[in-house]
Design a protein around this ligand. Structure first.
Ligand SMILES: [Zn+2]
Length: 175
């Protein structure tokens, strides 16, 4: 079954108070699955909190970038690894896909290393390592082009953002 994953673009205004975002404003991004296996993104300002219902599959903090400004801020490796770990037990196909693409993103950023892939009854397992740690992932039904496209989209979506949610909020934010 082909699953169309279109990563939604950022919003022009807060979904809570409808204030237009200005360059440099802090934006909280929440990503949700939709009934048709697509994705919905909701951006809120610093002052608006949206309930976690339906449950979001991912959230992070970013700033509205300058138009067409190249990314210059460093990639926040620990934050993204933490985000990846919180999706350690994906329950839906969408979460499996999201986590797999996030793994590819981390691999691209050299935060984890690819070790091997091996066939399983269900398909294929990809094995990554992070130091002494082994990370095994089921490869979801995505073709190579989709994976490449999603990985680039994720990179674009993250931009200079740092993923945050309740679980990571207490962690120090130093680089
Ligand atoms: Zn708002």
């Amino acid at each position: 079954m082909a699953v169309e994953w279109k990563m939604p673009r950022r919003s022009e205004r807060c979904v809570g108070c409808e204030t237009a975002f200005e360059v440099g404003d802090v934006i909280f991004v929440s990503l949700y699955e939709t009934a048709d296996e697509g994705y919905e993104r909701r951006d809120t300002c610093e002052n608006c909190v949206i309930p976690d219902d339906p449950q979001r599959i991912g959230s992070w903090r970013t700033r509205r970038p300058e138009p067409s400004t190249p990314r210059t801020r460093p990639f926040d490796r620990e934050a993204l690894l933490g985000f990846f770990d919180r999706l350690a037990e994906p329950e839906t196909l969408a979460q499996v896909q999201f986590r797999f693409v996030l793994a590819l993103f981390l691999w691209r950023k050299k935060a984890i290393e690819f070790e091997t892939s091996r066939p399983t009854d269900a398909g294929e397992t990809w094995v990554f390592t992070q130091g002494e740690r082994r990370i095994e992932l089921e490869r979801p039904p995505l073709d190579e082009d989709e994976v490449e496209r999603l990985s680039l989209q994720l990179e674009e979506l993250m931009q200079a953002g740092v993923p945050v949610d309740e679980a990571s909020a207490e962690e120090p934010a130093d680089a």
